[in-house]
Design a protein around this ligand. Structure first.
Ligand SMILES: [Zn+2]
Ligand SMILES: [Zn+2]
Length: 293
């Protein structure tokens, strides 16, 4: 008889984590078997009323969960790489569900690698990005939105432009004098862009090689000027949590602002997993080149 009364907190917590991880892993494996059980009607042959009763009695699995697994398998019928991952139980059902809506025979290899590297929240962001990319070309809605010019879509919600009364009054006066205020603002925005680009160029030229991972304050400031406090992915409105080096710092050893971008946690994870995917791809290629030589 095991008795955990005298087990330390740390040890007890460690056991919880270990057993929890095993429980989740085997739950995925069990879920992966269900499509085949369903196809063979194995539950019937073994005296269960339904696949739901089968899963509930053998694994304590809810009906909703079973439906999810069977629907996913149906969804992946023409997407064999992802179907394979589902039935092998290699990845959790909830992660598979995150990318189901964007999966195609063309991107299945890419998604297969990402799903193994990324946490669930980042997969959700990846799916959102994918849908965004799809909507960008030929997005005719943009022109129809001109009557909503003072509104911006922000992570699903609509945000109003916050002009205070001073600015509103000043712009109104200019407009009354017959000055094109849109032109004026565009000019200002263009100027701002040029200014930022020039300042970045200057900091890029000044960036010396260093061993310090600390990003100099001038470089941080220019990034804040360009992106504000948010993630640098255009349509992402999450707070930035990390400044990412798109040129690996361990190679470049420079804090060149041209290769730095603030990212939210999810986009940062995606940036690294794509980077890692490239490393894996390169290693595989090198290996296959070695073999063919
Ligand atoms: Zn990074
Ligand atoms: Zn982001």
């Amino acid at each position: 008889m095991e008795n955990f009364m005298h087990t330390s907190d740390e040890k007890l917590f460690l056991l919880c984590k270990q057993y929890g991880e095993l429980a989740l892993r085997y739950r995925n494996k069990f879920a992966g078997l269900l499509p085949e059980v369903y196809r063979r009607r194995l539950y019937k042959k073994k005296g269960f009323g339904s696949i739901f009763e089968f899963a509930a009695k053998l694994a304590g699995m809810s009906e909703e969960y079973v439906r999810r697994v069977l629907n996913l398998e149906k969804r992946f019928k023409e997407i064999p790489v992802l179907r394979e991952i589902l039935v092998s139980g290699e990845v959790s059902v909830s992660k598979m569900a995150k990318i189901a809506s964007i999966a195609t025979p063309e991107n299945q290899e890419f998604l297969a690698s990402q799903i193994k590297l990324l946490p669930r929240s980042a997969l959700e962001t990846l799916a959102r990005d994918e849908r965004h990319y799809k909507n960008v070309p030929g997005n005719t809605n943009l022109s129809q939105n001109s009557q909503n010019a003072n509104r911006g879509v922000n992570g699903g919600g609509v945000e109003e432009l916050k002009l205070n009364s001073e600015v509103t009054q000043k712009l109104l006066k200019l407009q009354q004098k017959g000055i094109d205020i849109n032109e004026l603002i565009l000019e200002f925005l263009k100027k701002r862009e040029i200014e930022i680009a020039q300042e970045k160029e200057k900091l890029a030229n000044e960036a010396k090689t260093t061993d310090s991972r600390y990003i100099p304050v001038q470089v941080r400031n220019i990034l804040t000027k360009e992106y504000g406090t948010k993630c640098s992915v255009e349509w992402c409105h999450h707070e930035a949590t990390e400044i990412h080096h798109s040129q690996r710092f361990s190679f470049s050893r420079r804090h060149n602002p041209k290769y730095l971008a603030p990212f939210c946690e999810e986009h940062h994870a995606i940036a690294h997993s794509i980077d890692q995917q490239y490393v894996i791809y390169r290693a595989q290629r090198m290996r296959s080149e070695e073999i063919s030589e």
